[in-house]
Design a protein around this ligand. Structure first.
Ligand code: ADP
Length: 243
């Protein structure tokens, strides 16, 4: 039994290693097209600058957003790569409300068309955390996207993101949906890499999320909520007041 356990652990590590190599290659390969997108968008902004009709102004704003988001995509990939390769995080004081709102802006693109109602609930006493912004937002985006996907066939589609004070100077973040809940086949291995119930799924979102939260000294769990859906709850260390 012990040998079997060790063997499966070794197989798991080998796959994590592969994942690291894959992230590294991807980061390298994607960097070029992403910089090209940012450069072309900036070029177009320059071409539009001397025109002063209102369409040109709106296009200019859209182009700015294109270059901002492509730079951000590059940043996410770079952080992911550094993290998968070495488990590194760059922790800074961050406003948890801003982390959630910014991640929401990305994760919720198109969600309203899918009939998903989103509620943000920021409770008092949970404000500043010490976190790697890009990584915690990656976790939030994973959880929100999974929630939206899970509610695709549900009658009620409500996504709630709540922040509240936890024990020992922690901030608790909860992402809840009104989907069907975690299926039995994946429940016991939810946070393991390559566990997925989706035909095109990679099954790495939750395993990376767990590693990120643990690298921050927190933990993450999935609970069934009163609506029959899932609540993912994780903790991030709060910024202590210096006394
Ligand atoms: P992927 O989304 O690629 O499958 P994840 O690691 O993000 O990879 O998720 C693993 C699995 O966990 C999903 O395939 C799904 O079965 C289950 N899961 C995750 N989030 C939810 C959720 N909010 N509701 C129901 N099942 C979920």
């Amino acid at each position: 039994e012990q040998i079997e356990e060790i063997e499966s652990e070794l197989a798991r590590l080998a796959r994590l290693n592969e994942l690291g190599e894959m992230a590294s290659t991807l980061a390298h390969e994607l960097n070029q097209p992403l910089s090209a997108i940012a450069n072309y968008a900036q070029g177009c902004t320059r071409l539009l600058r001397d025109r002063n009709d209102s369409d040109a102004e709106r296009m200019g704003e859209a182009l700015d957003e294109i270059s901002r988001q492509s730079l951000r995509a590059g940043q996410i990939i770079r952080h992911l790569r550094e993290f998968v390769m070495r488990g590194e995080t760059e922790k800074m004081p961050e406003d948890v409300r801003k982390l959630v709102e910014e991640a929401g802006a990305l994760a919720l693109v198109g969600s309203r068309e899918h009939g998903v109602r989103t509620v943000f609930d920021f409770q008092p006493g949970a404000d500043m955390v010490v976190a790697d912004r890009v990584q915690i937002q990656q976790v939030l985006i994973n959880l929100m996207r999974n929630a939206i996907e899970a509610m695709r066939d549900s009658e009620t589609r409500e996504l709630t993101v709540r922040t509240l004070p936890g024990d020992n100077d922690d901030v608790v973040v909860e992402v809840s949906d009104t989907g069907p809940g975690i299926s039995e086949e994946v429940a016991s291995r939810l946070f393991q890499p390559f566990v997925t119930s989706k035909s095109g799924g990679m099954g790495i979102g939750l395993s990376i999320s767990k590693r990120i939260i643990e690298a921050h000294g927190g933990d993450i769990e999935a609970l069934r909520n009163a609506q029959g859906g899932v609540t993912f709850r994780f903790t991030v260390p709060a910024l202590r007041e210096l006394v």
